[in-house]
Design a protein around this ligand. Structure first.
Ligand code: ZN
Length: 157
């Protein structure tokens, strides 16, 4: 039990960090995945990145419509199309920002069984993957906001 106990909020340094790759999925990583999912469900989120719970590893979890993904070192290997949609983030409570992202993508990652997988995604899953990979690179949805909106939001945060 790691007892990850909270979601890190905008302003905390680890959210801006580039995280470390995972060499191998061990019991430790499996436990992190499970605790991340538990925290995500409690917060009613559909995705969560490791730095959002204070962990410096390239790991994220996603649950879109009951399809659960536990991904380490996720990478987008192909993407196409464009789509603009409002997004929220558990690390930026009560804020929604329009973000333009690819409409379809192919993602390669290490799964919880230590296998390299590659899969295609569209719709909400496609968006969630891009959102979580942004987190793993230290990027947040506020970075997509126009300048004036950033000023307003920074005051609020
Ligand atoms: Zn987020």
């Amino acid at each position: 039990m790691l007892m990850l106990d909270r979601i890190y909020i905008f302003g905390e340094e680890i959210l801006r960090k580039k995280l470390k790759p995972v060499d191998k999925i061990t019991d430790c990583e499996k436990a992190i995945f499970d605790e991340m999912l538990a925290i995500m469900y409690k917060a009613n989120g559909l995705g969560l990145a490791a730095n959002q719970v204070g962990i410096d590893k390239l790991m994220c979890v996603i649950d879109v419509g009951g399809r659960v993904f536990k991904l380490a070192n996720p990478k987008i290997t192909k993407k196409s199309g464009r789509d603009i949609m409002e997004e929220g983030c558990l690390s930026l409570p009560d804020i929604v920002i329009k973000v333009e992202r690819a409409k379809e993508l192919t993602c390669r990652a290490l799964n919880e069984n230590n296998e390299t997988i590659e899969f295609e995604a569209d719709g909400l899953l496609c968006r969630a993957i891009q959102h979580e990979i942004d987190h793993l690179n230290g990027k947040l949805i506020i970075d997509y906001a126009p300048f004036w909106k950033k000023l307003v939001l920074h005051k609020r945060l």
